[in-house]
Ligand binder design. Structure first.
Ligand code: ADP
Ligand code: MG
Length: 255
């Protein structure tokens, strides 16, 4: 079973009204690997991530995560939509970190991290508290556990958001431009946490404009343009010798 990818995206199509945003995207993410997704604004990167954890339905194609077809089960050779509780169970295994941090403003960092385990996983509070403390330590925020989001910098808030996702013990982490809303001097502390997470063996899909991160940490680089994967490969190869003019132009812009 080792060869089974953590994520298999097969011929996924998605349209919003007249606009076809994903035009048959296929992509595998092997377990333990980091796939960085880059591309111009509007090329479908966020939609692709949201199709993986089924925040969006898809019009055709299939998505498997950890060997399970997302949103459906096969019975008697036919696909049946999963019941909401089953879909929630599938989603719980997938952490997502957005550009904006979406922390609970009236809860401390520690309480934010504990929330999911206590309410969703029914972890006893004492244990959830201890594990939340360990996760905050892991993202370098042990000394900020009792601060409220408003008392934290954007970079610190994003690290709390990462710890909060990890508290649900996901087998896959999705990052949608996690550093795009941050002041430049705060970007590296978040990337450092993501780098550690990658080194720990987490499977990650990362939409980012941070090319140095993609080059260093990515096992695969995927360039999306107008709803298709135009180019993919090892980041060093793709970045050093891009084959498509549109990728060359994009790289020229992001620097
Ligand atoms: P990216 O993340 O690469 O910038 P998105 O996946 O967010 O691209 O969006 C791709 C296209 O789909 C854009 O043209 C966007 O306006 C459109 N789009 C995204 N979400 C919706 C939605 N819920 N309804 C209508 N159009 C949408
Ligand atoms: Mg986006």
């Amino acid at each position: 079973m080792n060869e089974r990818p953590m994520v298999r995206i097969q011929s996924v199509r998605k349209r919003f009204g007249p606009l076809e945003v994903l035009k048959g995207v296929s992509l595998d993410v092997p377990a333990g690997e980091v796939v960085c997704v880059v591309g111009p604004s509007g090329s479908g990167k966020s939609t692709l991530l949201r199709c993986v954890n089924r925040l969006e339905t898809i019009d055709s194609g299939r998505v498997w995560v950890n060997g399970e077809l997302m949103g459906y089960e096969e019975r008697g050779g036919r696909l049946h939509a999963l019941r909401p509780a089953e879909l929630c169970r599938q989603r719980r295994g997938i952490g997502m970190v957005f550009q904006r941090f979406h922390l609970f403003p009236h809860r401390t960092a520690l309480e934010n991290v504990m929330e999911g385990p206590v309410t969703v996983l029914r972890t006893p509070a004492a244990r959830a508290r201890r594990e939340a403390g360990e996760l905050l330590d892991r993202v370098g925020l042990a000394d900020r556990a009792h601060h409220y989001p408003a008392q934290l910098s954007g970079g610190q808030q994003q690290r709390v958001a990462i710890a909060r996702s990890l508290a649900m013990r996901p087998h896959l982490m999705l990052f949608d431009e996690p550093t795009s809303a941050l002041d430049p001097e705060l970007v590296q502390e978040v990337l450092a946490v993501m780098r550690d997470l990658a080194a720990s063996g987490m499977t990650m899909m990362v939409v980012t404009h941070e090319m140095a991160f993609a080059r260093e940490v990515g096992d695969q680089l995927v360039f999306m343009d107008h709803g298709v994967v135009l180019e993919r490969g090892h980041p060093r190869e793709v970045l050093t010798a891009p084959r498509h003019e549109r990728l060359r132009a994009f790289l020229g812009q992001v620097g």
